[in-house]
Design a protein around this ligand. Sequence first.
Ligand SMILES: NC(=O)c1ccc[n+]([C@@H]2O[C@H](COP(=O)([O-])OP(=O)(O)OC[C@H]3O[C@@H](n4cnc5c(N)ncnc54)[C@H](OP(=O)(O)O)[C@@H]3O)[C@@H](O)[C@H]2O)c1
Length: 233
Amino acid sequence: MIDIKNKWALVTGSSRGVGRRVSMALAEKGCKLIIHARTLEATREFLSEFRASGAEAHAVAAELGSADAIDGLIRQVKDITDNQLDILYNNAAIMTRYQPVFAPTYDEYQLSFMVNTIAPAKLCDAFIPAMLENNWGRIVNVTSGIADQPQLMAYSCSKAALDRYVRDMVPTLKDTNVLMNLLDPGWLRTDMGGDQAPNHPDSVIPGALVPVLLDKDGGSGVLYNAQNFKEGQ
Ligand SMILES: NC(=O)c1ccc[n+]([C@@H]2O[C@H](COP(=O)([O-])OP(=O)(O)OC[C@H]3O[C@@H](n4cnc5c(N)ncnc54)[C@H](OP(=O)(O)O)[C@@H]3O)[C@@H](O)[C@H]2O)c1
């Protein structure tokens, strides 16, 4: 496994759930963290915990349903890191309400695609070129194993489009040390997953870090399932 000490990492949606666990695990590995939520208030307590533990951490706020806010987030992260972001963990997402088949509205499709597909794609577009220049980068796009649930169609289609972004970028990243992969965290008892989910949110670690810790030969375009990796394995 590679050493990621002092690497700059942005984890979107890190105020709670999966993103929070991933941020903590990256900080434990010595990364310099940029945590993100829709408001700075949502990151305040977590940021203090990080700083109290001695980790270098910054917080940024952006509503990923807004193109202007995504652009603002990109500018802030470039400023903080001097355009040297090493690890991009595209985790933030929304899930539309469970509803009758054929019922999603235009707004639900549009917002789902903006937050879950377009925002991560634009973050990749913004940061991968400098990673390629540096010949080092790790990008993880969080997807979902959701299947056969047309009641959540806007969500599942937006994740399928994100999967496609990763797959079609594989030739561009081939033979470089910039790797982009997908993570399915499994069904978890987070705010999104609800209390019927079988897995505790802590169970995403260590699996969620596997696509970050790959060496160059690990390659891109692979789907990792966090629940396949257990502590100590
Ligand atoms: N939980 C599951 O069972 C499950 C299963 C498969 C895949 N996933 C995927 O895992 C990832 C994390 O899910 P989770 O369960 O940890 O979700 P969560 O507990 O609902 O947390 C969502 C995070 O995303 C941020 N966020 C939500 N809407 C946003 C928006 N419009 N703009 C910017 N940030 C926004 C939230 O920030 P605020 O604090 O500001 O709201 C929060 O930090 C997602 O990509 C999800 O699709 C989850």
